[in-house]
Design a protein around this ligand. Structure first.
Ligand SMILES: *Cc1c(COP(=O)(O)O)cnc(C)c1O
Length: 229
């Protein structure tokens, strides 16, 4: 994508975030933009970095490692969020490279993260992913199990648990899902609510999002498309 187009997209998204915040009586600086750069080349991420963007989201650990180990050298203050389903055999790598893992979604990952934290000597911030639509093909703890799972995660990881994350079902009104996530986070006293993507981040902000994950509206269509989970 052209440098100019990407810069324009980014400033448009920032402007829309600010506007959505003000319209719902929130301070714009309480909402952070996660620029989702999955499948996009390092060059595009560099353009975003030069335009002041610092938080990025990647789905796959291997791809994130390849791109961001290089980028971090030049941009030590960048933040990387892992937003894709985490396989247990990738947890150590994820812990090494991520500032935040947004996809703690099952009990098995608790043990794997504990083990990785011991080994690496560091634990990223963590968000609990909730499958708000209880969709069989989608990752995330079910709505029924969410409260108990969050309690368990907080017992194990304390203040590393920063909040909740979710992806509403496609072709459904996202607002009830956003509201559910927002209520859940508040109920547990967690500060971060990660929700809203290119198509619905303004609605997410109106429902209390503190992190919006925007990909295609910044970087353009993804070269290879893969269903999100
Ligand atoms: C790809 C992805 C996004 C960004 O989606 P866009 O529609 O391109 O903004 C957000 N969150 C997750 C979990 C994703 O996998």
């Amino acid at each position: 994508m052209l440098e100019q187009t990407l810069q324009n997209n980014l400033s448009l998204i920032r402007h829309r975030i600010e506007k959505a915040a003000i319209q719902s009586g929130r301070l714009p600086e309480t909402i952070k933009l996660v620029a989702v750069s999955k499948f996009h080349p390092i060059e595009s991420i560099q353009v975003a970095l030069k335009a002041g963007q610092r938080i990025f989201g990647e789905n796959r650990v291997q791809e994130a490692k390849e791109k961001f180990s290089i980028l971090r050298e030049a941009w030590p203050d960048l933040k990387l969020h892992i937003i894709g389903t985490l396989q247990t055999n990738k947890v150590i790598d994820a812990v090494k490279i991520a500032d935040t893992i947004e996809t703690l979604d099952r009990p098995k990952l608790i043990d794997a993260l504990n083990h990785a934290a011991d080994k690496v000597g560091y634990l990223p911030d963590l968000l609990v992913q909730v499958n708000t639509g209880n969709e069989p093909q989608k990752s995330g703890i079910s709505t029924k199990e969410a409260d108990a799972f969050i309690d368990l995660c907080c017992q194990r990881f304390g203040s590393n648990i920063k909040g909740v994350m979710g992806i509403p079902p496609a072709n459904e009104d996202p607002i009830p899902h956003f509201q559910f996530l927002s209520d859940l986070g508040k109920r547990h006293g967690l500060p971060e609510i990660s929700m809203g993507m290119s198509a619905d981040f303004e609605q997410a902000i109106a429902s209390g999002a503190t992190l919006v994950r925007v990909g295609s509206a910044i970087f353009g269509p993804r070269p290879i498309s893969k269903p999100i989970s």
